[in-house]
Design a binder for this molecule. Structure first.
Ligand code: PLP
Length: 395
């Protein structure tokens, strides 16, 4: 029998993908430069030069059999040791290779971690708005998402509301900072307060409430903003990291899950992640891509283009009368729709060839997400369309 839930997931595209596909068709109809596609979070700047240089070196200099062969199920030990060293040097941690499980991007890390730590009938608390795939990943475990709205003015965590949402059914809290879709980087004060809540709640409930920190945008921050390293604040943390955005290699699918070295029942948690990877068929992340990493740790794609786009859009859209959340990181601008129905607003925007994503699937209504990982030229050309669009709502 076909699994109806899986079929539904496969048959119904995400609104982001649907908008992107519409964009492709529309561009073929009226021309590439006439359509302003802000739908997808696909990095638009090239990978740092070290990426291709190291790939070429690996292919030319390393043994083909070793390069393309299976690694250990949890990832190559030398690669994991290099990542552990980098984390220790960067964040003053004391992790080792055996805290790491290499995965197919952050998605692989999240699905393995959730499968390991969340059981049927449990709940996962997630500040909203949130990355829509979390719901898919959590529900696949037979669990439910409990969305807790962030403060609508600042998009900061609402700590009291999160505390109230953590009940005996809660298995974990997922945090994503810099955030998709708001661009918010949660302050150190918020993170400390959240971790105090998790410690208090775990003690009260007599169970561990895990913190899952989804960090594909860690390095994409603007100005002097810093992103707290969450294992330093809460022992029962798993970091789900991806090189997709920092190295501009999302199609290559490489990331990792990191279990805090101070995790309670560390061995059991790590084994459960390895077991989940095995059950999901996610053993041995792509070998060539794993071996690329040691030479590229600490390298980041040039984010000055994103920063330029961020400033251009924020300044222009605010001047035209849009209400925007000022983003500290990632490459998304979250904008209040000038009507209650964001889906309808996006349809109206299509009339101006502006492709925006309504916020409803992000667990929050009334906003649109603009992915500004596009060329600055596209941003500049789109501004008159944004102006004309908001003018429609002014009377
Ligand atoms: N988490 C968030 C918040 C994301 O935005 C994305 C991708 O856009 C992912 C996870 C998945 O990352 P990856 O492509 O590395 O699997």
């Amino acid at each position: 029998m076909i699994n109806a839930k899986m079929r539904e997931l496969g048959a119904k595209r995400s609104v982001i993908r649907e908008t992107f596909e519409y964009g492709r068709t529309r561009k073929a109809e009226i021309g590439e430069d006439k359509v302003f596609d802000f739908s997808l979070g696909n990095p638009s700047v090239p990978a740092p030069p070290e990426v291709n240089a190291e790939l070429v070196r690996l292919i030319e200099c390393e043994s083909s059999v070793a390069l393309h062969g299976y690694t250990s199920a949890q990832g190559d030990a030398t690669v994991r040791a290099a990542i552990a060293r980098y984390i220790n040097e960067s964040y003053g941690e004391c992790v080792n290779a055996d805290c790491l499980y290499m995965t197919v991007g952050a998605a692989g890390a999240l699905t393995a971690t959730l499968t390991a730590l969340v059981c049927e009938g449990e709940e996962v608390v997630i500040p909203s708005p949130y990355f829509p795939e979390y719901k898919v990943f959590v529900e696949r475990c037979g669990a439910t998402v409990v969305a807790v709205p962030c403060d609508r003015q600042t998009m900061e965590l609402d700590i009291a509301a999160i505390e109230a949402a953590i009940t005996e059914r809660c298995a974990a809290v997922i945090i994503n900072s810099p955030n998709n879709p708001t661009g918010k980087v949660y302050s150190e004060e918020s993170i400390s307060a959240l971790c105090d809540v998790l410690k208090r709640k775990s003690a009260q409930l007599g169970k561990t409430v895990y913190l899952i920190s989804d960090e594909p945008y860690r390095e994409l921050v603007y100005g002097d903003v810093t992103v707290p390293y969450l294992t330093k604040y809460y022992n029962n943390t798993v970091v789900c990291y991806s090189f997709s955005k920092s190295l501009s290699i999302p199609g290559e699918r490489i990331g990792y899950a990191l279990v805090s070295p101070r995790m309670e029942n560390f061995t059991a948690v790590y084994q459960a992640i390895c077991g989940a990877g095995r059950a999901l068929g996610f053993v041995c992340a792509p070998s060539l891509l794993q071996r690329l990493l040691p030479a590229c740790l600490g390298k980041t794609a040039d984010v000055t283009v994103y920063d330029r786009n961020r400033r251009l859009l924020l300044t222009a859209l605010t001047e035209y009368g849009y209400e925007c959340v000022s983003p500290d990181g990632a490459f998304y601008l979250f904008v209040k729709a000038p009507e209650d129905d964001a889906v309808h607003f996006c349809e109206v925007a299509r009339g101006f060839e502006l492709l925006l994503v309504p916020s409803d699937d992000f667990g929050c209504s009334g906003y649109v997400r603009i992915s500004y990982c596009v060329s600055t030229e596209q941003v500049e050309r789109s501004l008159p369309a944004f102006k004309a669009l908001i003018e429609l709502y002014k009377d």
